[in-house]
Design a protein around this ligand. Structure first.
Ligand code: FAD
Length: 285
């Protein structure tokens, strides 16, 4: 099923998971999936680390299990910067054989120690390639505060328009903690002529160690309300976890009150957190 068409019928609610580390057995994810399925998401997406940090087989196997075993629509992430056209063609064939119909087409982060391949420079190149060579629903990533490599949000949104013109049927945002950034981004994207559905990516931060990494990778700004929460519960992990979940719930309820197209929850493979968030927003979504 083309999950981007769902937006015509409803506000879309989905989860993101990542494959277990190469050293862990893949089965560890299946208990999580069993629980996530019970929360009735519209789809579950599976990440794939560019640059050798994870293996494509795990992403394909898990995305296939989501679809065929758990009977939930799946999205396979596909970062292209370290892939050749031949690699991508082979993966598309595998997706097709496993019944995977939706791809989150990404460039991937550049690892300064590994030179990129030359076939795909941007996610839009990958999307064009998929459109020309296969029949998949393609989704793109977007950045409410601008991508960290872009000079400005304006420039990033112009580039985003190319991605949509290339064939991204809907967009999922990078996580953010300040809804005002999202509302401003949305307004600018619509002004630029980007009219595809945009799902807001939300993550419940449940421990302080996550924060530094998140900020480094995403460039997300931290509003005062959020930093106050971190300071207040600095040495109280249980309270911080509760407050982090509460913060995400409030963010989502506010987004829904503003009629957001959809919510994509970065679960960090934590089904318990996903359950608490989903139960709290289920009437509103
Ligand atoms: P692009 O859309 O190609 O953009 C990258 C940069 O190039 C931006 O600064 C953009 O403005 C600029 N640009 C784009 N087109 C042009 C152009 N034509 N001319 C000039 N500049 C241009 N990474 C993974 O490795 N694995 C994952 O599973 C994964 N999942 C993700 C899921 C979501 C929802 C999000 C938001 C990100 C995810 N990422 C993942 C991270 C992503 O790969 C990085 O953020 C990466 O740096 C950019 O990927 P992109 O697809 O947005 O790139």
């Amino acid at each position: 099923m083309n999950i981007s068409k769902l937006f015509k019928e409803k506000r879309v609610y989905s989860f993101e998971i990542f494959p277990p580390k190469k050293t862990s057995p893949i089965d560890t994810i299946y208990n999580t999936l069993e629980e996530l399925k019970g929360l009735s998401p519209d789809f579950i997406s599976v990440t794939y680390g560019a640059g050798g940090s994870s293996n494509k087989d795990a992403t394909i196997e898990i995305a296939s299990a989501i679809k065929n075993k758990y009977k939930v629509e799946s999205v396979a992430h596909l970062p292209c910067i370290y892939l050749t056209k031949k690699n991508v063609s082979e993966m598309l064939e595998e997706f097709k054989n496993k019944g995977i119909e939706n791809i989150l087409a990404l460039r991937g982060d550049v690892n300064p120690d590994i030179p990129p391949q030359e076939d795909f420079k941007y996610a839009s190149d990958l999307i064009s390639f998929i459109k020309q060579n296969a029949d998949f629903n393609t989704i793109g990533a977007c950045y409410p505060e601008g991508h960290t490599e872009s000079k400005s949000l304006k420039e990033d949104i112009k580039n985003l328009k190319h991605k949509v013109d290339a064939g991204a049927n809907h967009l999922i945002t990078q996580l953010f903690f300040d809804n005002n950034c999202f509302y401003y981004f949305l307004e600018q994207a619509r002004k630029e002529g980007i009219h595809v559905p945009i799902q807001a990516g939300i993550m419940a931060v449940t421990n302080k160690n996550q924060i530094e990494k998140i900020v480094r990778l995403s460039g997300a700004s931290l509003p005062e309300k959020f930093t106050n929460m971190l300071d207040k519960y600095e040495n109280k992990p249980q309270e911080l976890r509760k407050a982090g979940i509460e913060y995400a719930i409030e963010q989502i309820l506010d987004l829904i009150s503003q009629d957001v197209d959809g919510i994509h929850l970065y679960t960090m493979n934590n089904a318990d957190v996903a359950k608490k968030v989903t139960e709290a927003i289920s009437k509103a979504i």
